[in-house]
Design a binder for this molecule. Structure first.
Ligand code: COA
Length: 263
C-alpha cells in the first residue's frame, strides 16, 4: 500500500501531501494518524522551519472525512463515533492550528468537509484558481465534526459561515479569499511556488519569534482582550532572554543581517 501522507523536504520546508488520489484524498482514520505522526516528527526536526500541506493527484486537496469508514463508526453509536471519528479529526485540526511552525495549505482542488476544515485550521492558505470548497456535511445529515462549526464562523463571520454550513453549496477560491479562508488565489501552475515563496518570507525571521506569534494568536483569539494581552506579554517575556532576540536587535543596531538559531 502506498503511503497515505508523503513527506518531502526542500531546504527548511517540509511538504506533506495527502495521498489517496483515487479517493480524492479522503481523510481515513489511518491517513489522519499518519498526518499527525508526520507533524510529531517535524516538530522535533530543527532543520524544518515551515510546512506546506497539499493534496496528491489532479483533482483534490481533500474531499473530507472518509464517509465509508466513519459511517461504520456511526452504526456503533454516539460514544464509538465520537471517539473514533470526531475526537480524532478535532485533534488533527487542533494540532495543525497550534503547531509551533507555520503551516501553509496549498489548496490544489476539491476542499470539502474535512479538507475545508484543514484549510480553516492551518495558519495560512494559498489556493489554486481551480480549488473549490464546500461544507457538505449537512447533505449527509450531520454537522461538521473537525471544527467546522467553530472555526469558519470565527473566520468568515457568523452569517457567512452559517450560509455555507446550512446550504452545503460549493464555493470558489475567489469566494474563499473574500471571506478570509485563504490568503491568496493563484493560477494552478503557480500554487506550490506561491506557497514556497510565502514560507520563505517567514523563514527570513527567527523561528522562535514565529512560534511565539502563532501561540499568542492561537491562544488569544478565543479569549477576552485583557487575557489576550496577558498571553502576548507572556510570549514576549519568554522571548526576551533568547539568543534570537539579542541577535535580531544587535543586527539591527549594526545594520547587518541577523543569524538565528531558534533559541
Ligand atoms: N469519503 C470516502 N470516499 C470518497 C469521499 C469521501 N469523503 N469523497 C470521494 N470519495 C471517493 C468516491 O467514493 C469515489 O470512489 P470510487 O471511485 O471507488 O467509487 C472517488 O472518491 C471519486 O469520487 P466521485 O464521487 O466518483 O467523484 P465526483 O467527481 O463524482 O464527485 C465530489 C466529487 C467531491 C462531489 C464527491 O466525491 C463527494 O460528494 N464526496 C463527498 C464530499 C463530502 O461530503 N465530504 C464531507 C464528508 S463529512
Amino acid at each position: 500500500m502506498s503511503e497515505l501522507v508523503l513527506r518531502e523536504t526542500q531546504g527548511a520546508v517540509a511538504v506533506l501531501t495527502l495521498n489517496r488520489p483515487d479517493k480524492l484524498n479522503a481523510l481515513s482514520y489511518a491517513l489522519i494518524d499518519s498526518l499527525v505522526a508526520h507533524l510529531d516528527s517535524i516538530e522535533d526536526d530543527e532543520s524544518v522551519g515551515a510546512v506546506i500541506l497539499t493534496g496528491a493527484g489532479p483533482r483534490a486537496f481533500s474531499a473530507g472525512a472518509d464517509i465509508t469508514e466513519f459511517s461504520e463508526s456511526i452504526k456503533q453509536g454516539p460514544q464509538a463515533a465520537v471517539k473514533a471519528f470526531v475526537r480524532r479529526g478535532q485533534a488533527m485540526t487542533a494540532r495543525l492550528e497550534a503547531f509551533r511552525k507555520p503551516v501553509i495549505a496549498a489548496v490544489n482542488g476539491i476542499a470539502y468537509g474535512g479538507g475545508c476544515e484543514i484549510t480553516e485550521a492551518v495558519h495560512l492558505a494559498v489556493a489554486s484558481e481551480k480549488a473549490v470548497f464546500a461544507k457538505p456535511e449537512i447533505t449527509i445529515g450531520i454537522p461538521p465534526t473537525f471544527g467546522g462549526t467553530q472555526r469558519l464562523p470565527r473566520l468568515a463571520g457568523r452569517k457567512r459561515g452559517l450560509e455555507l454550513l446550512l446550504t452545503g453549496d460549493p464555493f470558489s477560491a475567489e469566494r474563499a479569499y473574500e471571506i478570509g479562508l485563504v490568503n491568496k488565489v493563484v493560477p494552478h501552475d503557480e500554487l506550490l511556488p506561491a506557497a514556497f515563496a510565502l514560507a520563505q518570507r517567514i523563514l527570513r525571521h527567527s523561528p522562535l519569534a514565529a512560534a511565539r506569534i502563532i501561540t499568542a494568536v492561537t491562544r488569544g483569539l478565543d479569549v477576552s482582550i485583557a487575557e489576550g494581552l496577558a498571553i502576548e506579554s507572556e510570549q514576549f517575556a519568554r522571548m526576551v532572554p533568547s539568543h534570537d532576540t539579542r541577535e535580531a536587535l544587535d543586527a539591527w543596531l549594526a545594520s547587518r543581517p541577523a543569524i538565528y538559531v531558534g533559541r
